[in-house]
Design a protein around this ligand. Sequence first.
Ligand code: OGA
Ligand code: NI
Length: 305
Amino acid sequence: MENHVSRWFNVQTVPESHTFSIEDRPGKKQIPLCRTIPIIDLANSERMEIVQEIIKASQEYGFFQVTNHGVPEDVINGAVKVLEELFTMPVDEISKEANSNGWVYMGSTSFATKVPICGGTTLNIHATLWNNPCKIGPKSQHGLGLEKGYLGGISQVQFLTASNYPPCPDPSLTLGLLKHFDHSLITILFQGNVEGLQVLKDGKWIGVEVVPNAFVVNIGTQVEIISNGKLRSAQHRVVTNKEEARTTIATFINPCPDCIIEPSKVIVNEANPPLYPPLSFKEFVNVSKPFGPYTDVIQNGCIDE
Ligand code: OGA
Ligand code: NI
């Protein structure tokens, strides 16, 4: 067999190393696609209702999708194409092409192999969306009563991950990405045209439908803290499918490591005391376990034997 042709994920059955425990695996139960996660049209972003739409979606689901976000389709498709090409290359070739601007996680969670990639093209995507004066950041801050520029001021670091989920012989046994919270301020995801993302809502998993050219936006734990729990950071996970590979690009808008994140002084008062202690983002990342007991293995990039 020729080595460079065989891919580690080209398997007929899910290897034991990738089979999740009964509690963590998705099982055979059909998870419905949710058609009620709000889709917010940013075309006319001066509309007053947008603020309320974002706040409501962030309270109810912690997730929403945005269309007419101003990022040209060909920029997104170009980025996806580069990444898909990258994912077809042997892992050591990817490393050769790479620099240290980002990470690509290949495969499913328990054996995430981290390899650095160049993120140049794709890094442009989110900046427009979050920082543009009419877009999401300023709207959320307005809806929360935060001062102008507050979220922009602490949105210091943008971190991008591209994920490739190959077709899986038995999606009931494993996950593309284990359930987790994003510890970002917010996350902006391009999920392409293959479904797979699921969100926990009222104790039940719901699938996030594909909306062409939309970005899926979710509230990260840092905005949950700043809003003193008014906006929620929802747990989510990625399931695989038998037929098609799925490539996604997630951009995490993060505070800088030393930035102290705490419930906003504008929001807390006697009737609404702070629910979270102040912590630097760095400390938060060290003590929080976004992937529960699997956090260390995932974040330290455990390579399967
Ligand atoms: C993430 C994430 C979802 C996806 O990278 O944190 O939730 O569909 N990704 O790839
Ligand atoms: Ni996530």
